[in-house]
Design a protein around this ligand. Structure first.
Ligand code: NAD
Length: 360
């Protein structure tokens, strides 16, 4: 049985990954998470008491705590997801992004390198440092009609994407310089259950149910490639367990949608599922949730289009997404309707809805 350290396992993608690892693979998981505003242990309730799961509350920048975790648990793989992940927050205050995403990754690389160097040959060869990154490192495709491949040069636009690009560079350098066996994945926008309420899709669902405006940046024409989070979790395990050392794999959903299309699709599903509509919707001209859409000033440096060419992982590792956008978004809306308790606890707790008016 492989032992895997997962960093950021109380976050959106990390928790989906851990639920998948515990329920669908023969692995032991150690979740290391600082529990920032974005970390939520209740997303792991379904597997928390499983004997193959354990949790350490720690900061990835804490060298002593990371060394101790490696020494005690002797991982075969580390899957590194812990990060500050919200673009708007990175524009308001980049400091935490530099600290966690760059310095934290550097710290983990050094701790992993020291641990890996002392392994015996067989374990040394099988060890993997898997850095989970984003397609935002490639910058903006604009109206070029192209897609991001693993060869696309880096050209990040926001403090968030620049910090992720920096950490990708560090990870590659630790392989070239020290031989640390690494793999990197760059993924498109994820969506699905347990997504933090300030991100576009849950934000639209929650605001719509309350009858509040649905603000859209600019004219809503920004295009993102959407991937259902459980498809991402399967891809990540494929890469860490079957991927080639030193390789990068792009992961995408083959689902390009404008932000406006995403929001109107959610509104159409809500129109169908919700019988008890809020007053503001009932009073609108067409009694549709889409009447709540309002356009707000665009964010600075807002990339127009991201699109992932995921043919490498598809050909080499035989991975394909199982959900289309239509099936995944319906499942997601239904999950939020059935799990008001989960997001209300966040809205009533440490998170004070600072960014609930804003999108993306
Ligand atoms: P998230 O914000 O939901 O979760 C991040 C987790 O990391 C939280 O649980 C938080 O408590 C933890 N964390 C933050 N700083 C930490 C620190 N210093 N030490 C330990 N833990 C810390 O993020 P997510 O959406 O699940 O994204 C996970 C990873 O995937 C990130 O690296 C992100 O860049 C990448 N990614 C995300 C998307 C997406 O659409 N969400 C797409 C591609 C790549």
């Amino acid at each position: 049985m492989k032992t895997i350290i997962v960093t950021g396992g109380a976050g959106f993608i990390g928790s989906a990954l851990i639920r998948y690892l515990i329920t669908s693979t023969d692995t032991k998981v150690i979740n290391i998470d600082k529990l920032t505003y974005a970390g939520n242990l209740s997303s792991l309730d379904s597997i928390a008491s499983h004997p193959n799961y354990s949790f350490i509350q720690a900061d990835i920048c804490d060298n002593k705590a990371m060394k101790q975790a490696f020494e005690i648990h002797k991982p075969d793989f580390i899957m590194h997801l812990a990060a500050e992940s919200h673009v708007d927050r990175s524009i308001d205050g980049p400091s935490e992004f530099i600290q966690t995403n760059i310095v934290g990754t550097y710290n983990l690389l050094e701790v992993a390198r020291e641990y890996w160097q002392n392994l015996d040959d067989e374990l040394k060869q099988a060890f993997r440092f898997h850095h989970i990154s984003t397609d935002e490192v490639y910058g903006d495709l604009g109206d070029s009609g192209k897609m991001f491949t693993e060869e696309t040069p880096y050209d990040p636009s926001s403090p968030y994407s620049a910090s992720k690009a920096s950490s990708d560079h560090l990870v590659r350098a630790w392989q070239r310089t020290y031989g640390l066996p690494v793999v990197i994945t760059n993924c498109s926008n994820n969506y699905g259950p347990y997504h933090f309420p300030e991100k576009l899709i849950p934000l639209v669902i929650i605001n719509a149910l309350a009858g509040n405006p649905l603000p859209i940046y600019g004219d809503g024409s920004q295009i993102r490639d959407w991937l259902y989070v459980e498809d991402h979790a399967r891809a990540l395990y494929k890469v860490v367990s079957e991927g080639e050392t030193g390789e990068t794999y792009n992961i995408g959903g083959f689902n390009e949608k404008t932000n406006l299309e995403v929001v109107t699709t959610i509104c159409t599903i809500l129109d169908e599922l919700i019988t008890n509509k809020p007053e503001t919707v009932i009073k609108s001209e067409d009694s549709s949730f889409s009447s709540l859409i309002t356009y707000v000033k665009d964010r600075p440096g807002h990339d127009l289009r991201y699109a992932i060419d995921a043919s490498k992982i598809s050909k080499e590792l035989n991975w394909q997404p199982q959900e289309t956008f239509e099936s995944g978004i319906r499942k997601t809306v239904q999950w939020y309707l059935a799990n008001e308790k989960w997001y209300q606890a966040i809205l009533n707790g440490s998170y004070q809805g600072q960014r609930l008016g804003l999108m993306d």
